[in-house]
Design a protein around this ligand. Structure first.
Ligand SMILES: Cc1cc2nc3c(=O)[nH]c(=O)nc-3n(C[C@H](O)[C@H](O)[C@H](O)COP(=O)(O)OP(=O)(O)OC[C@H]3O[C@@H](n4cnc5c(N)ncnc54)[C@H](O)[C@@H]3O)c2cc1C
Length: 425
């Protein structure tokens, strides 16, 4: 028996039902367009649901200028998208579809109740209200532009849907990056648009834990260091630094500071086999401040041994590690340690060295560094400069921001701009 192939025509097809694609589809649907949203997973918004540990850190309260600056030099590309749909507009958007938001720490914006499911439910209802058709379990395998129309072919990802072909006047590509492939994004967008002439920068996994060579980290597993400062210990990359909370793991380091830092480290690891780093775990104390602290503690509590003294600055397991690395006898008083041991200990308290060796690749990468080249996209509309009627939004393009709601805001802002632009004609 041969299966019958149906071709249905739409004003607009959006590929990928993540944050960017859903926002693009709603925006066009609200403008009266006949929109089809294609999603390869059985359910829409899988990654959105997982964001912020299920709490969904939607955005942050930075001014538009500061927000854009956090994306580095390429941030300039996002001016139009952010200025037409910033965090204020995003909060109004969600409030109008029934989700109130707040920023409990004054910076990170969450849905009140801190559940990503409320965001997903509200987006799903709005997609329905504006009559966006959703075909899930449909993986787009080919995009062709014939005359003025896009021809889209899908392969079904379950038995419930046969493969289909669709046509549309406009197309928005919102297929995401390559990280956490189980949540849908597997880099499909790069290949799909390569056939149309688009090119992709080098791609690196980012925002992930890092593995180190030093075995001692295992003994400090779960120790959390508030406001640690990390920097690369290679002369020409000294500018690569990050600050925030750090947690030791069995094989390395994780935590907010590591997520941000890994965005810089993974491209470096691809060039160098290992990357030496230095960590300040004493809230930014320099040698002078460490010496002063030791002196003060010593005069207050002269009976303290070296381990107890270090425990005034660090968790116990780390204090033991630093004693061992410096060769200090933990049970002896600090002043009883040999001079070179004291000096080594002070230096270690200021900068503890570690050697980054690897990471878990895209499987554990919360975002992707790299994507469709920005120079091939018109940032005023998100339209391709190579293929008329094709638009991009979200993580598929070569932009990534740090931890703290930056990436979702970019997905929503660029989705909004792509949706507006694709509905304008
Ligand atoms: C665990 C985790 C937590 C995160 N937490 C936060 C956070 O709290 N705040 C924040 O700002 N950012 C966070 N991020 C990053 C953020 O989630 C992403 O940057 C953002 O969701 C990207 O949105 P997107 O729509 O561009 O892509 P995605 O959300 O990845 O959506 C792309 C969609 O396209 C579909 N698709 C792909 N290829 C095809 C195809 N060929 N055919 C059909 N469909 C296809 C995928 O299945 C997917 O549903 C987190 C990421 C992860 C992994």
């Amino acid at each position: 028996m041969t299966s019958k192939t149906t071709t249905k025509h739409y004003d607009l097809i959006v590929i990928g039902a993540g944050a960017a694609g859903m926002m693009a589809a709603i925006t066009a649907g609200r403008r009266g367009k006949h929109v089809l949203l294609l999603e390869k997973l059985p359910k829409i918004g899988a990654k959105l649901k997982a964001t912020g540990g299920g709490r969904c850190n939607l955005s942050n309260t930075l001014s538009n200028e500061d927000f854009i600056e956090a994306f580095g030099r390429d941030g300039r590309f996002m001016h139009r998208a952010i200025n037409t749909f910033d965090h204020h507009a995003l909060r109004v958007f969600f409030s109008k579809i029934g989700v109130k938001t707040d920023a409990p720490d004054g910076f990170r914006i969450f849905p009140v109740g801190h559940s990503s499911q409320t965001i997903l439910d509200a987006l799903s209802s709005e997609l329905k209200r504006v009559r966006v058709e959703i075909h899930s379990s449909q993986r787009v395998t080919e995009i062709k532009k014939i005359d003025k129309h896009f021809h889209i072919t899908t392969g079904c990802t379950t038995r419930t849907h046969p493969p289909l072909t669709y046509t549309a006047n406009f197309l928005i590509l919102a297929t995401g990056g390559k990280g956490y492939p189980q949540l849908g994004a597997q880099g499909d967008g790069y290949g799909l648009t390569a056939d149309l002439g688009h090119t992709t920068t080098s791609i690196f996994p980012a925002m992930m834990p890092l593995k180190v060579a030093e075995k001692w980290v295992d003994t400090c597993r779960a120790d959390t260091i508030a406001n640690a400062h990390i920097k690369v210990d290679i002369k020409k990359y000294r500018k690569l630094q990050a600050q925030g909370d750090l947690i030791f793991t069995k094989q390395g380091i994780r935590g907010p500071v590591v997520l941000d830092f890994s965005r810089e480290i993974t491209p470096l690891l691809a060039k160098e086999s290992t990357v030496p780093i230095l960590i300040n775990m004493t809230k930014g104390m320099g040698e002078e401040a460490v010496r002063r602290h030791i002196k003060e503690k010593h005069s207050d509590t002269a009976h303290y041994n070296t381990l107890q003294l270090l425990e005034t600055l660090l968790p116990s397991s780390l204090a033991r590690v630093l004693c061992s690395l410096s060769g200090a006898d933990p049970l002896k008083g600090f002043s009883k340690q040999p001079g070179e041991v004291r000096m080594k200990l002070v230096k270690l308290l200021v900068w503890t060295p570690l050697t980054v060796t690897s990471h878990d690749g895209f499987d554990k990468a919360m975002i992707t560094r790299g994507g469709i080249r920005l120079k091939e996209i018109d940032n005023q509309t998100m339209q391709s400069k190579l293929v008329e009627g094709l638009y991009f939004c979200g993580e598929v393009v070569d932009l990534d921001g740090p931890c703290g709601g930056y990436n979702l805001q970019w997905a929503f802002s660029s989705g909004h701009l792509a949706g507006v632009s694709a509905s304008a004609l």
